[in-house]
Design a protein around this ligand. Structure first.
Ligand SMILES: Cc1ncc(COP(=O)(O)O)c(C=O)c1O
Length: 494
């Protein structure tokens, strides 16, 4: 029989508000430790997030974030309509602490723990799980439209006559013909000003953001991040030791003046100017110029993540921030995850020339170099004109999928979710009526087989309104229709 653990929790939780460590992380660790050491026994019921928030003087969002992390890792079970319980069957890994504590009690044998960084990493929510995506997972391109046959032909042709030296260690900056092809693509398609020597290939933007933070920041240096913003960037900057300064975003993108008021001397700003993540707004020209002036005046770096910029529907793609930069402060990031497929793990930097060597050394110390075969096939794909054709096809397909999505949403979700077609990208934010909590809506949607992310997950400051981040790019018309009906049922039950 499940027992209420209310008093138990309250007497054992201790949080240090002056430590500067996120409160949800402190709470998460306290609860995890209590479960690992069996102070909280399996099937013990935890107090509701509302009453725990009240008793600990925290926001409900903080409690929910800590609970969600523990649920995701298997320490807790959330039972709909009944509450949150310590899991009956704890995952294999967390049996380890018992062994550890037995060892630790052996005199003279030190306990084995992870570093502080390891603990930070353990506290970060994982990305989407590596399971088949359900509607409306966002961040995925149309995998059904990936030109698999053509890719196979290009790969087979190359493999049949591959010079053996390409099987050895490669250039840490990446395969030179691919760097040439990317430089000329960026010059024409994104108004990026660069020579091939400035291009360094890496394993996707995720690695790029981490490398940039590692090379450019000292421990506790301040970094502006967009609020709401991309969790992948937030996590990578955090584990590289940055102190995050959340800067609000409005319909013109990052509010530079707010950033200056919050922390003028930040060392770095991470932005998504072409298609703000997750709001999808485009940074205005005046904000771009203001950001560049701030970076130049304060000696800061700007990371421009241009992740989904090719897909604009009613206007031409906006030129990159890097192309406006007269001072050499912008580090431009691109990725083939959205243009082609995330599994390729091919992304790239365009760096100011003086940073090329240090970035390439950092990259080589972590991965030596990106896998050569994918780079070679991708080079052929670009050089033979397939990439340009693929982008044109995808733009049309995403436009169709967006209108299928909007049409289905207007039919099924009236009064439940307010949706406006975004100018760009393959996802959107739908706004919930004030009475519906977005975390609850996500859970209800999941019960109906619909994937959504709560808008509040992306906010560091409390968001005024709850919303759902929904992707439409990866799903067919039929999947969109069926998913929308299920989402409507879920939201009607919130
Ligand atoms: C804002 C943003 N940047 C970059 C990426 C791509 O990351 P990667 O190149 O590591 O696959 C994503 C993927 O979801 C994203 O949302």
């Amino acid at each position: 029989m499940a027992k209420s653990g209310r008093n138990l929790v309250l007497t054992t939780i201790s949080l240090d508000r002056s430590s500067g460590k996120p409160l949800y992380l402190q709470l998460y660790r306290e609860l995890r430790e209590a479960i690992e050491t069996r102070r909280f026994r399996s099937e013990t019921r935890l107090p509701s997030s509302r009453s725990l928030a009240q008793d600990l003087g925290l926001s409900r969002k903080t409690i929910v974030e800590a609970f969600e992390q523990l649920v995701a890792e298997g320490y807790l079970d959330a039972k709909v309509g009944s509450g949150t319980y310590v899991s009956r069957a704890l995952p294999q890994e967390i049996r380890k602490p018992q062994i550890r504590s037995r060892r630790a009690s052996n005199a003279g044998v030190p306990a084995r723990t992870t570093s502080r960084r390891g603990q930070e990493i353990a506290g970060i929510s994982p990305f989407f799980p590596a399971v088949k995506a359900k509607p409306f997972r966002h961040g995925l391109p149309a995998l059904d439209a990936f030109p698999l046959k053509l890719w196979t032909q290009l790969a087979a042709k190359r493999l049949r006559s591959l010079p053996r030296d390409l099987l050895g260690y490669g250039d840490p900056k990446g395969y030179r013909p691919l760097r040439d092809a990317i430089a000329s693509y960026l010059g024409t398609a994104r108004a990026v000003r660069c020579e091939p020597e400035q291009v360094v290939i890496v394993a996707g933007s995720q690695q790029a953001i981490y490398l940039a933070a590692l090379v450019l920041l000292d421990q506790n240096d301040c970094a502006w991040i967009e609020d709401p913003g991309y969790l992948g960037a937030r996590g990578a900057l955090q584990i590289a030791g940055a102190r995050l300064i959340p800067v609000p975003v409005d319909e013109q993108g990052l509010r530079v003046s707010a950033g200056v008021k919050l922390h003028q001397n930040a060392r770095l700003a991470y932005v998504t100017p072409s298609n703000q993540y997750p709001l999808t707004v485009t940074m205005s020209l005046s904000r771009r110029l203001e950001l560049l002036e701030w970076a130049q005046a304060s000696g800061a770096w700007i990371i421009e993540d241009d992740y989904d910029s090719e897909f604009r529907y009613n206007s031409r793609p906006v030129a990159s921030l890097q192309g406006l930069d007269r001072y050499g402060r912008v580090i431009y990031l691109g990725t083939f995850s959205k243009l082609l497929a995330p599994t390729l793990r091919i992304g790239y930097f365009v760096l100011p020339p003086e940073l090329v060597d240090v970035f390439s050394t950092a990259s080589s110390l972590i991965t030596r170099h990106p896998p050569a075969l994918e780079q070679i096939v991708l080079t052929d794909f670009i050089e033979q004109g397939h990439l340009a054709r693929h982008i044109r096809r995808m733009r049309t397909l995403y436009m169709e999928r967006q209108s299928d999505f909007i049409e289905a949403a207007r039919r099924e979700l009236a009064g439940l979710l307010e949706i406006t077609p975004p100018e760009a990208g393959t996802h959107l934010v739908g706004w919930l009526p004030g009475r519906i909590d977005d975390q609850v809506a996500v859970k209800k949607a999941a019960e109906r087989g619909v994937e959504a992310r709560a808008f509040s997950t992306y906010c560091l400051q409390v968001s005024a309104r709850g919303g759902l981040v929904l992707g439409y790019g990866a799903f067919t018309k039929n999947q969109i229709r069926a998913g929308m009906q299920r989402l409507a049922t879920a939201l009607s039950n919130c």
